[in-house]
Design a protein around this ligand. Structure first.
Ligand code: AMO
Length: 427
């Protein structure tokens, strides 16, 4: 069996008329008109029209989405949608697609998201879906490039861990050679420790939360972009985050014009600076709507919906009460009830949270105890604070949520290949 291509479809142009090529891809459409057969063949780079002079040479059972190789000659075309066509000299069928297929991969017939996720590999033949994951690839490349330029070093921390990194109950546990292990909720403790040796680190990886949430923004397995930086305060990492988001949007507008067109998405690069809204200000805005939230109470979804309507784009929510923040967050010197922390919001959607960390181990111990966590479980972490822990700050941002904003969907399952949620563990 021969399956060596000479060209990807996007490498062929009308100026190559008369040249012989071999392409490989999937049959998207097949029509026989008298003696002629017209096929459209798609590879990951594009779509080509193939003409076979002798329709009888095309097997009757050649189905759509079968994999074929076509060797042929480039010629000009009168077809409106194509700049050239390939006159086939030979067509080899490599794999036949078995019909009926579980979803219409071209997307002419709409399938619901569950059926699509059950046939995700086939769903990717839909060009709108493929465009999302091509954009995701560019977002990842862009994040890595920009963070590297800002002198962050990419690290990989363990995903199987011996004790909770953030505290809280949302841990998946597993049996680890007779001991109890957990799936990491975040790289929080490791990334903080790594500032000792590397000063600025980032990680882009999957993390796990055993939350029974059934929303468009929660998954049990999500991809987090995390940074941690020595000698930075929360205002510095806010600046890193803001410029990162703007640069990623710029990169996507510049590099993914074709994909954005496929998605009919007019992506606008956000204006800087992003608005800074304080927690206290939010309470004031809610009070205007007749909703009383006491200082120190968490904001509910219904509150964030209202705040999101008032501030529809990107904004930082700052000056959160210490009470609402994890044990590792630093208080404000001028008001110890307030924290040096923030959330990045896109309207009502929380994209990121972060802040300045405590770097004094005694303070950290008493904060752990205050939050009902046992410092004994954190001894491995606390030890590192005696080895020259620099002041440091960082944040974590959900890649899936960022992608949802870029694509303009309110369901993160659209931007995750094989999402995991309380109901979905396969494929
Ligand atoms: P936090 O728990 O706020 O902070 O998480 C940071 C960001 O991760 C994303 N995220 C999720 N995305 C999809 N599904 C989930 N279940 C899910 N949980 C979280 C969100 C969220 O804003 N260690 C801190 C960060 C830090 O301070 O550096 C942390 O994990 O976009």
């Amino acid at each position: 069996m021969k399956f060596k291509k000479t060209h990807n479809i996007d490498e062929i142009s009308a100026s190559m008329e008369g040249q012989d090529v071999v392409i490989g891809g999937w049959v998207e459409d097949l029509r026989k008109l008298g003696k002629l057969a017209f096929l459209t063949v798609r590879d990951v780079t594009g779509l080509a029209q193939v003409i076979a002079k002798d329709a009888t040479s095309i097997p009757e059972d050649l189905t759509r989405q079968s994999v074929i190789m076509v060797s042929g000659t480039i010629q000009s075309t009168k077809a409106r949608d194509f700049k050239f066509e390939i006159k086939a000299n030979g067509i080899d069928i490599l794999t036949k697609a078995v019909h009926p297929l579980p979803i219409d991969p071209i997307g002419r017939l709409e399938s619901n998201i569950d059926n699509r996720l059950n046939a995700r590999a086939l769903d990717l033949r839909n060009q709108r879906v493929a465009a999302i994951f091509k954009i995701r690839h560019h977002v990842l490349a862009s994040l890595r490039r920009i963070l590297s330029q800002k002198r962050f070093i990419e690290v990989t921390t363990p995903k199987i861990i011996g004790s909770a990194s953030e505290g809280g109950a949302n841990l998946f546990s597993l049996e680890y050679f007779g001991k109890k292990g957990y799936l990491a909720q975040s790289p929080q403790l490791y990334k903080e420790q790594l500032t000792i040796g590397l000063e600025r680190v980032f990680e882009i990886a999957s993390f796990y939360r055993a939350e029974k949430s059934h929303t468009g923004r929660h998954l049990s397995e999500f991809t987090s972009i995390d940074i941690e930086a020595a000698f930075m305060d929360y205002t510095d990492v806010i600046d890193v985050l803001e410029s990162l988001v703007v640069s990623v949007f710029n990169d996507i507008v510049e590099n993914c014009a074709e994909e954005l067109k496929t998605l009919e998405r007019d992506l606008k690069v956000p204006q800087q600076p992003f608005e800074r809204v304080t927690y206290q200000q939010v309470l004031g805005e809610l009070a205007k709507e007749g909703i009383t939230v006491q200082f120190g109470e968490d904001l509910l979804d219904s509150h964030l919906k209202i705040i999101g309507n008032n501030h529809p784009g990107f904004f930082f929510l700052i000056d959160w009460p210490m009470k609402l923040k994890p044990f590792y967050i630093h208080e404000k010197d001028e008001n110890p009830e307030l924290s040096r922390s923030f959330d990045l919001q896109y309207g009502y959607l929380e994209l990121s949270s972060g802040g300045t960390r405590l770097h004094d181990p005694d303070k950290l111990r008493s904060r752990l105890a205050e939050q009902g966590l046992d410092p004994v479980n954190f001894e491995d972490h606390l030890r590192a604070f005696d080895w020259g822990m620099p002041p440091h700050s960082g944040w974590g941002m959900g890649l899936d949520r960022l992608m949802a904003v870029i694509i303009g969907t309110d369901n993160v399952r659209e931007v995750v290949l094989y999402p995991r949620d309380p109901e979905r563990l396969s494929p």
